[in-house]
Design a protein around this ligand. Structure first.
Ligand code: ATP
Ligand code: MG
Length: 397
């Protein structure tokens, strides 16, 4: 029934040159998203800057298209559009009734027909078309009523070479198109939080690289696969994710051998941050992103966050979940589709080398003194970790 989709996007604050960047990025991301929907499509922009997805193939998978469009940041809403080739008023009367019958199950609503005449040679004025089509709907569905001031349903009729009819808006993901705001490095674990943090950053238009630390043989290939699966979920929104997989085993063992056990977690986290920072600057990222929130666990007290953060020297660390409760994060992960994967029970490297009583109020000077016990080995271990990094490109289509 629907042959195109009108894309609604926020234009506030995107003017001049930025507007083109915004629209180009949006069209690119829509094309990317549509690659997973069956059918052929063109993404077009008309003179007024309106973006459409046009269906080019005879058949296509409507549900897959709406699902793909719901994953594109920058899309506030979209409207499925019916195309009518025979633009005579008799044909339009019939088509508008079909449209209302098909799109609205419950027709106890007030409505208004809103005609726009881009085709100036059309023999009726837009008000005449409004009246004719309004009457057709009222006759076919006596349970409806007209309200031209504050209608519950606003039915748009656009007369061009063909006629477009649309009304219903499907909510999109909002945010800004990927590629309009630089790139960051997400520390992606297999947990619930970091995928949500990645989603929130990507939603602002930021390209997402990711790094995962694993510790074979203490962590399994299945734990690694889980992180790849999470990156794939995220890539539906963010576009391809360059996932750097770093072998952290020897660094963890060295920390375990040489440093006080109640400081293991914090020291380990500081090395994760340092490695992430190194990879971030090598890959043109302008910041790190983590899934931390204040007080959630011992390693996320303000004191711990302070000491963790101070390991990073050259770029900001963004923590989009900083003020969220666990339940809010869980709700969000369910909404974005990462929860089911996140709760699979595979081990994480942080949970293997944990002390019974980790420090909850670490002091930076004390932690730095403990880290000096690694001085003679750490550079070699870091080089080894960088040299053996595995890059997995997830979600390329
Ligand atoms: P998550 O649910 O994201 O795993 P968490 O509540 O388990 O978070 P921590 O284990 O303290 O919290 O980790 C805090 C943050 O550090 C994570 O949100 C993530 O950004 C990063 N992180 C932890 N473990 C890893 C890992 N193995 N690889 C990459 N990043 C990690
Ligand atoms: Mg975790």
């Amino acid at each position: 029934m629907f042959r195109s989709f009108l894309i609604k996007y926020g234009e506030i604050g995107v003017k001049g040159k930025n507007r083109h960047l915004f629209e180009d990025a949006l069209m690119r991301q829509i094309k990317y998203g549509l690659k997973r929907a069956e059918g052929e499509f063109a993404v077009t922009k008309d003179k007024g800057g309106r973006i459409f997805v046009e269906v080019k193939s005879d058949s296509y998978d409507y549900d897959a298209v709406t699902d793909a469009l719901r994953h594109v940041f920058g899309v506030i809403a979209f409207c499925p559009v019916v195309h009518v080739e025979d633009i005579s008023i008799d044909s339009l009367r019939k088509e508008i009734v079909d449209y209302v019958e098909h799109v609205f199950e419950d027709r106890h609503f007030s409505f208004k027909i809103n005609t726009r005449r881009a085709n100036k040679s059309y023999p009726m004025t837009s008000m005449e078309v409004d009246a004719a089509l309004g009457e057709a709907v009222l006759t076919a569905f006596p349970e409806t009523k007209v309200d031209v001031h504050d209608p519950e349903v606003d039915i748009r009729v656009e007369i061009r070479d063909i006629v477009h009819i649309y009304s219903r808006e499907i909510a999109g993901a909002g945010g800004m198109p990927i590629g309009t705001n630089g790139k960051t490095m997400l520390l992606l674990s297999g947990g619930i939080d970091s995928p949500v943090a990645g989603y929130m950053t990507a939603k602002r238009g930021v390209i997402m690289d990711a790094v995962y630390f694993h510790a074979p043989p203490y962590t399994s290939d299945r734990a690694k696969q889980k992180v790849i699966d999470l990156a794939r979920r995220l890539s539906d929104y963010s576009g391809p994710v360059y996932l750097h997989i770093v072998n952290f085993t020897d660094i963890q063992l060295a920390i375990y051998d040489r440093c006080p056990h109640d400081e293991l977690t914090i020291i380990m986290r500081r090395y994760m941050m340092r490695i992430a920072e190194h990879l971030a600057s090598e890959n043109d990222c302008l910041g790190l992103v983590t899934g931390e929130s204040i007080g959630q666990v011992a390693s996320q007290t303000l004191q711990s966050l302070y000491v963790t953060d101070s390991a990073v020297e050259s770029m900001p660390v963004y923590r989009p979940l900083i003020g969220m409760d666990k339940q809010e994060i869980v709700d969000m992960s369910e909404k974005i589709g990462t929860y089911e994967t996140s709760i699979l029970p595979y081990e994480d490297c942080c949970t293997i080398f944990v002390a019974k009583h980790p420090v909850t109020k670490p002091r930076r000077d004390i932690i730095e003194r403990s880290e000096r016990k690694l001085d003679d080995v750490i550079d070699g271990l870091l080089q080894e970790a960088y040299a053996t990094e595995e890059l997995v490109i997830v979600g390329k289509r």
